[in-house]
Write a protein that binds this ligand. Structure first.
Ligand code: TPP
Length: 281
């Protein structure tokens, strides 16, 4: 079900994190990057996006592309929250390894996935193509949202797409960068430093919004302030987040990029989470 207030969204994000931990107890998932992007995904799916689970092919739906395709679990639990399926389905099928859910999103088995992703740097150019196609068809109702990682910014295809989106005046495109400072096995700064990513997108001609991507009120404010779909400039959200957010022993630890947790770790994590919900509005 859709939410409308900050406090409802904070509760919803807490539920998403709990679901992630339940799944992480039975299967290895990309828990660090699921948790960093959980607040953004909750506001996106449970508040912002125009999407009817009864009609996933509606021409006027908003489109979603998970370019950091390894964050499939947080996507599936948000889709469950709006009624696409149940959280129990996600856990059962993911664990059985023969259903709609797995470490990466697959459109062949899951009708709520617009495009299969997992190979970093591919989702963003595809999202640009989708936004361009909508424009060509004269669709002024739909936006295309694409979520990327900060490590993913090292892919050359990201910058080809970034240039082309401005050239094609894709005001219906919203790129979201989950800037948690870590990739799979270390710090971004030590692997391929990105410099000032907001300035880089700005210099390409994007409308850049930089903010705390773990602050639900701020995320909601930024979505509320998006330019009109028919505007001519694409928007990028540079969201500063914490990898592993909400689970202290995972926060800022590259080692928790992916993995499973023990029963003891599960109890500790759930306990910590119960104390993190803000005051809301
Ligand atoms: C082209 C490509 N190279 C390598 C990988 C392996 N890989 C999976 S996740 C990941 C780290 C991505 O880091 P980031 O984009 O910052 O994601 P996050 O930290 O938010 O999970 C890597 C290198 C991949 N999926 N695709």
């Amino acid at each position: 079900m859709k939410k409308s207030t900050v406090s409802e969204l904070e509760q919803a994000a807490l539920e998403i994190r709990k679901n992630l931990l339940h799944l992480c107890l039975v299967e290895a998932i990309h828990i660090g990057g699921d948790l960093s992007v959980a607040d953004i995904m909750t506001v996106l799916w449970q508040y912002q996006m125009k999407y009817d689970p009864e009609n996933p092919n509606d021409e006027d739906r908003d489109r979603f592309v998970l370019s950091k395709g390894h964050a499939s679990a947080v996507t599936s639990f948000n889709q469950a929250a709006i009624g696409c399926f149940s959280p129990e389905d996600v856990i059962k099928e993911y664990a059985a390894d023969k259903g709609r859910f797995s470490m990466h999103s697959c459109s062949l088995v899951n009708p709520f996935v617009e495009v299969s992703t997992g190979s970093l740097g591919h989702g963003f150019p595809i999202a640009c193509g989708m936004a361009a196609a909508l424009k060509l068809k004269g669709n002024t109702a739909s936006r295309v949202y694409v979520v990327m990682g900060d490590g993913e910014q090292a892919e050359g295809s990201v910058w080809e797409a970034a240039m082309n989106a401005v050239h094609q005046e894709l005001g219906n495109l919203v790129a979201i960068i989950d800037f948690n400072g870590l990739e799979a096995d270390g710090r971004i700064d030590e692997i391929t430093a990105l410099g000032n990513i907001a300035e880089k997108y700005g210099s390409f001609g994007w409308n850049v919004c930089e903010f705390d991507g773990n602050d639900i009120a701020e995320i909601k404010r930024q979505f509320d302030s998006l330019p009109a779909v028919a505007s001519k400039v694409p928007t990028v959200f540079v969201c500063h987040t914490v990898k592993g957010m909400g689970v202290p022993f995972m926060e800022n630890q590259a080692g928790w990029h992916a993995g499973k947790i023990t029963k003891e770790q599960f109890e500790t994590a759930i306990n910590a989470l119960e104390h993190t919900v803000g005051n809301g509005d």
